[in-house]
Write a protein that binds this ligand. Sequence first.
Ligand SMILES: *Cc1c(COP(=O)(O)O)cnc(C)c1O
Length: 360
Amino acid sequence: MVMRIIGLIDRQSGEPSMIDLRSDLMSWRPPAVAVAASLAASRPPAMAPGEDPYERKLYEVLSDELGVEAVLLMPTCTMANQIAIRVHLPEGGQLAAAPLAHILTVEARATALTRVGACPLPTDEGHPSPAVVDQFLQDRDRNIAALVWLENTHMLSAGSVIPVGWQSRIAAACREDGSALHLDGSRLWNAAAAQGLQMTDLTQGCDTVSISLNKAIGAPVGSVLAGSREAIDAAVRWRQTLGGEWRPIGTIAAAAIAALDDWRVRLETDLAMTASLVRGIANRLGEESVRPAPTNLIFLNRVGGDAPQFVEVLTRRGVQTTVVAANIVRLAIHSGVREREVAKIIEAVTATYAELEAAA
Ligand SMILES: *Cc1c(COP(=O)(O)O)cnc(C)c1O
C-alpha cells in the first residue's frame, strides 16, 4: 500500500504529463515534510490545545519568524480571516478593505455570515494608500467600530505588494484612531521574498495577520492567525465555536515546521522563473499580453473576454491555469514547477494565442 502511495509521487518518477499552474497550492512538498508528519503521526496524540510538543514548537518558531506574541493553527486561511473579523468587530461593525480584496470577493459569502458592513476603499494596484485610510478614519461614524483590512500580496491585482512604508503609516493611524488593523497575508512569504524583507517587517503594526502554510512554503495543509496574546486568546474560542480545532494536531504542526526550512531559497527560485516567463511571453506576444508580476502570479490579458476558451486550449497543450475573470487568465508559479518547464510553458502559451487568433 505504501509503495502504491509512493508511486503517485511523480516528481521522482520522470515527467508528469501536465504542468499544473492552477494554484500555488500545488507547490512541491519537501521530503522532510512527509518524514516529519509520519514521525509525529506515529507517537501518541495529545488531547488539549497547547499540550502537543510539535504544536508548541511550531508556535515558538513562527512567533519568532513573524515577530508576534502568539500564533494559532487554523484549517484554512479563510477561517483565519473570518475569525479575525469576529475577534475585532461586533455585528454591524465596519470592514474597510480594497473592493477586490479576497475577503470581499472569494470570501464574500463567508463574510456575509459575520454580519458586518463592507466599506470598499479606493486603491492603487490593490492597496489603499495611507491617505485613503486617513480619510476613511476621519469620515467614519465613531459609534460604529471599524476594522481596516490589508492584503499582501493582493491576489486579484496580480500578486502586487504593499509599497514599502505604507503599512507603518496606516498602522499608526489605526492605533491613534482606536481601530483595529488586520493583514490577509496568505502570500506574505512571497512578498517578503520579492522585496528582500523579513517577515517581521511585513507583520509590523498589525493587530492580527493570517498566513497560509499550504501555498508558498509547501506545508500539506493549514494556515495560521498571528497577533497579540489577547487577540489569539479570543481566536482560540472562536476556532472551537466554528469547529476548527484540530485534534490531534501534532502531525499537521510537525509537517509545517519542516516546510518552514529554507522557504526563502525556494521562493527566490519561483521569482526567477516568474520573471523569465513574463519576459518570454512579452517578447513573443507583446508587452500588453501580460501584466507585470511582482511576485509569483502571472495575469495574461485576454481583452476579447475569451479567458475560458484560452484556459481550455492551453490545458490541451499540457499547461493547467485558471480563469480569474473573462479577460484574465492566471498562472500561479510555485516550487512544483521545474526550471526546464519554463520554455515549454512559453511555447504552450504562444501556441494557444496563435490557435485562438486563427480561429477568430
Ligand atoms: C487563498 C487565499 C485565502 C484563503 O485560503 P484558504 O486556505 O484556501 O481558505 C485567503 N486570502 C487570500 C489572499 C488567498 O489568496
